[in-house]
Write a protein that binds this ligand. Structure first.
Ligand SMILES: Cc1cc2nc3c(=O)[nH]c(=O)nc-3n(C[C@H](O)[C@H](O)[C@H](O)COP(=O)(O)OP(=O)(O)OC[C@H]3O[C@@H](n4cnc5c(N)ncnc54)[C@H](O)[C@@H]3O)c2cc1C
Length: 436
């Protein structure tokens, strides 16, 4: 059985910020303007805006910084255009709304790049683009046509990679061609999360780790929030718990857990490889994904020494020893030459899908929320957090194309997507027969 370090590669050599508050009842403020449940990108970026506007903010996270999805993802940024594509969205909402939803993706990445620059955040951001490979001629025609349809979006740019040019993009025989999207890039998500924590703390934000928030109850003067350290009264509460919403407070905030499908996304990082190998596999150091039905994403590490590969995790309990070998097998289908290469790190976390494949934000029954990024949240959390903060502050410019989308649930669904494992197995079977 291979020995993996069961932790995200992203933490190697990165020091976590010192969080001064000890989890003691006497340190819990009696009241604040805003309590935020969850200190991932959504919670932290919302806090940053609110603190700058002079609000008092207390953040609570049920785990340690770096243990939620924000500190352990693939670090891929981009427009994260909608999973349904232009055709699917047009069928569902009409042409105008479809374009407005897709344009939000472009707005998000442009906002994100400015944010990182303006805040002077060192998180190894490299805007190297993304290669989307496809393994047959028909799929290539489809991806080219879909990309052409997006050319009316502000800032959208792509290049077609024909079969003969594939080696200039990737050292794999799997692909028949593909497209390069130029608005994408990669970063170290743990570095980004740590930087956000430092900023929030320096602005006077109070952060409690390992402190799961229980019930929230409307009271005169605000909302009473229950924590293991006691209760705190908030004028406003933000729910930023995304894929972990049901796990830490199963009987509470059911409105949200009934609308989210928490799924495991898992990653591995190989041992350090020779420079020539990385240069051959990833000539342009882009982000990568294929036309697999089961999501797969991969890239070189920011220092260009390792291969990082991610996919749906087969083990919902986040056991590295179970997810790791399955991911290694998928990785070797793309790069057979990595068969003998050792995997050093294996880890996973929870993403939250929604029934309409769109993120949702707004206010429900006195609770503000932004969630349901469908596995693509690095860019969108930062963008939507700023929109949510504006909404809480009553500022202009909070509107998004997602605001009027109904946050759907399904009959009898209570927050555990029991139907997903067989569906994922079916998709895996289809991938096999389609040569992926
Ligand atoms: C392995 C993996 C790879 C991914 N790759 C990418 C990628 O390459 N690009 C991309 O765009 N997206 C990626 N994602 C998705 C992305 O990480 C998420 O969409 C994003 O981080 C969500 O941020 P968040 O702050 O909303 O949620 P999270 O970062 O998950 O934070 C939610 C926090 O809420 C806390 N919480 C929950 N309940 C409570 C409670 N009751 N009390 C207190 N705290 C609570 C949790 O402890 C958790 O820390 C990936 C995700 C994973 C897991």
């Amino acid at each position: 059985m291979p020995e993996y370090k069961n932790k995200p590669y992203w933490q190697v050599g990165v020091s976590k910020p010192h969080i001064p508050i000890q989890n003691l009842p006497q340190n819990l403020p009696k009241s604040v303007d805003v309590v935020i449940i969850g200190a991932g990108f959504t919670g932290l970026a919302t806090a940053l805006h609110l603190l700058r506007a002079g609000q008092t903010v207390a953040l609570f996270d049920a785990m340690s910084i770096g243990d939620g999805a924000s500190g352990r993802n693939g670090g891929m940024v981009g427009p994260s255009l909608h999973k349904l594509g232009l055709d699917g969205l047009t069928r569902k909402y009409g042409a105008e709304k479809a374009m407005a939803i897709l344009q939000e993706g472009m707005n998000a990445i442009s906002y994100f790049k400015n944010f990182i620059e303006k805040e002077n955040i060192n998180c190894d951001l490299q805007m190297t683009g993304r290669f989307r490979g496809v393994n047959n001629k028909k799929a290539l025609e489809t991806v080219i046509r879909d990309s052409e349809n997006l050319m009316t979006l502000d800032g959208f740019r792509f290049d077609v990679i024909e079969r003969g040019d594939v080696p200039s993009e990737i050292g794999s025989d799997l692909y028949h061609g593909g497209v390069v999207y130029h608005q994408d890039g990669g970063l170290n998500p743990f570095k980004l999360q740590c930087e956000l924590v430092r900023k929030v703390l320096s602005l006077g934000g109070v952060l409690f780790e390992n402190t799961p928030v229980g019930t929230t109850q409307k009271k005169p003067g605000g909302i009473q929030v229950e924590t293991p350290e006691g209760t705190i009264l908030a004028k406003n509460v933000v729910v930023a718990s995304n894929g972990y919403t049901k796990r830490f407070a199963p009987g509470t905030r059911r409105y949200f857990s009934k609308r989210l499908l928490p799924l495991t996304s898992a990653m591995i990082a190989t041992e350090e490889l020779p420079k020539e190998t990385i240069d051959r596999l990833f000539p342009n150091k882009r982000m990568h994904g294929g036309n697999h039905r089961l999501v797969q994403y991969y890239r070189a590490s920011p220092d260009h020494k390792r291969v990082l590969f991610g996919a749906r995790g087969t083990d919902a309990r986040d056991r590295a020893s179970i997810n790791g070998p399955v991911l290694k097998m998928h990785l070797c289908k793309i790069f057979p030459e990595l068969e003998k290469v050792k995997v050093d790190y294996s880890w996973s976390g929870k993403v939250a899908y929604t029934f309409d494949h769109a993120p949702h934000l707004g206010e429900h029954d006195g609770l503000y929320f932004a969630m349901g990024y469908c596995g693509s949240g690095v860019t969108r959390t930062i963008y939507l957090a700023q929109k949510l903060a504006k909404r809480i502050l009553g500022e202009d410019g909070y509107e998004t194309a997602f605001d009027d989308l109904p946050f759907e649930t399904k009959p009898f669904y209570s927050g555990t997507p029991w139907f997903m494992p067989p569906l994922l197995k079916w998709h895996s079977f289809l991938d096999q027969i389609e040569g992926n």
